[in-house]
Design a binder for this molecule. Structure first.
Ligand code: HEC
Ligand code: HEC
Length: 369
């Protein structure tokens, strides 16, 4: 990041992150697209602790939805948040590295978005604490949307007719500010939750929601191969929203992908050599949809992921002890083919089809031509 921007960036959001000052190139994407919102405000929050302000909260989330999908948030109108976080695949991307506003690739695999409200940390290396903090610090090396200056974006959005009403309804007047932009996006993102996968149904007492093979896969995952020790919020951390299999907000671990590191992961942030090569334990909700896998998108299928744990764990410097044998070397799990099938069958049941098809999370810009 360019030094002279640091002061400016310190108060603004992820939308202006990771900028290197370049001129815009082409402008063509929004042609023919119109904004189509439902006549009545969708329900993102239904009361609870928000009961008193739930109506305005839903309007803020509605604004957040529009912002999330608006390509005007990038310098050359080429990408929106939704370009790299696609609803149909759990708000992840289907490529190892996503393409930013000028065709530049992201440094890491896009992360799915779900159950982030109350999570302990964000991104592969935990460089942000929560969605609510997104407005306080820039998310470096993330967005590749190219907006360089805190004033340009509000001004640009303010000139788009449709934001007048949206800001007015959400905030009581039509002033467009970076704080409002970021809080609206955060409010929208926080509403994206899982809770209706087959596993959720099973956990709520519907024992027929999983087949015998899937239950076997769950047991292998939870017990025999100890996957759950990391992925269920073990390791002394906390559960993320959405219950089990939500990953672990505070654990950054090295699973032996490489003998030596090209991406230092958490170590980039802390400078501690013991953090090198460690990455945040991923949320496995919707994992069947979020290929490719790992921080660098190296595995195309869950089969390949299981083959990693089965035979390919490397003796990396910070390899987690759970993945070592009793001589301190990389463990060979030797997961059988039938077991792999069962584990994958189980992981497939962590998909929340309701979330990925819910209209209130979908792109409100419809192309008519
Ligand atoms: C060019 C692609 C791209 C665009 C555009 C993009 N993202 Fe991301 N997003 C990523 C990548 C890649 C990561 C993972 C980066 C990392 O962890 O280092 C990520 C991670 C995230 C995360 C962290 C999720 C987690 O579990 O840690 C959030 C939240 C997020 N993005 C929200 C947004 C929002 C909001 C926008 C629009 C303002 C946006 N993204 C635009 C590629 C993109
Ligand atoms: C020592 C803790 C640990 C154990 C044990 C563990 N994992 Fe992981 N898992 C991780 C971490 C950390 C990552 C991310 C690694 C990276 O990208 O560098 C990961 C990544 C994954 C991913 C890719 C998710 C994505 O979105 O990219 C899947 C799938 C997965 N693990 C499944 C399993 C299964 C199945 C097992 C048991 C056979 C298992 N894990 C055991 C910590 C663990």
């Amino acid at each position: 990041m360019k030094k002279r921007y640091i002061a400016v960036l310190s108060v603004i959001t992820l939308v202006v992150a990771a900028y290197s000052c370049k001129k815009s190139t082409s402008t063509q994407p929004l042609k023919g697209a119109t904004l189509q919102l439902p006549a009545t405000t969708a329900v993102y929050y239904d009361g609870g602790s928000f009961a008193s302000s739930v109506d305005s909260l839903n309007k803020v989330a509605t604004l957040g939805r529009v912002l999330f999908y608006d390509q005007h948030l990038s310098l050359n109108n080429a990408v929106s948040c939704g370009s790299c976080h696609k609803q149909s695949i759990g708000f992840s991307d289907n490529v190892a590295f996503s393409t930013g506003y000028e065709g530049k690739l992201t440094k890491r695999n896009s992360r799915p978005i779900n159950d982030l409200a109350g999570s302990g940390s964000l991104f592969w290396d935990g460089r942000e604490n929560s969605v609510n903090n997104l407005s306080l610090r820039p998310l470096t090396n993330h967005v590749e949307m190219g907006i360089e200056d805190a004033n340009t974006l509000p001004q640009k959005l303010g000139n788009l007719g449709y934001y007048n009403t949206l800001f007015l309804e959400a905030f009581g007047n039509n002033m467009v500010t970076m704080d409002r932009i970021s809080s609206a996006i955060g409010t929208f993102i926080n509403a994206i939750k899982t809770g209706n996968s087959r596993l959720d149904q099973f956990n709520r007492g519907n024992t027929s929601a999983l087949t015998a093979q899937e239950i076997q896969g769950k047991m292998l995952f939870d017990t025999k191969y100890n996957c759950g020790q990391c992925h269920n919020g073990g390791q002394g951390g906390v559960f993320l929203g959405g219950g089990s299999y939500g990953g672990n907000g505070f654990s950054f671990l090295d699973i032996g992908l490489n003998n030596s590191y090209t991406d230092m992961g958490r170590g980039t942030l802390t400078g501690l050599s013991s953090d090198n090569g460690t990455f945040r334990v991923p949320n496995l909700h919707n994992v069947a949809l979020t290929a490719p896998y790992m921080h660098d998108g190296r595995y195309k299928t869950l089969d390949e992921v299981l083959e990693h744990y089965s035979h390919n764990i490397q003796d990396s410097p910070n390899l987690d002890t759970l993945l070592k044998d009793n001589k301190g070397h990389a463990r060979q799990m030797n997961i059988t083919d039938a077991e792999k099938k069962a584990i994958i069958a189980f992981l497939n049941k962590l998909t929340d089809y309701q979330m990925i098809s819910d209209p209130k999370f979908s792109n409100p810009f419809k192309v008519n031509n």
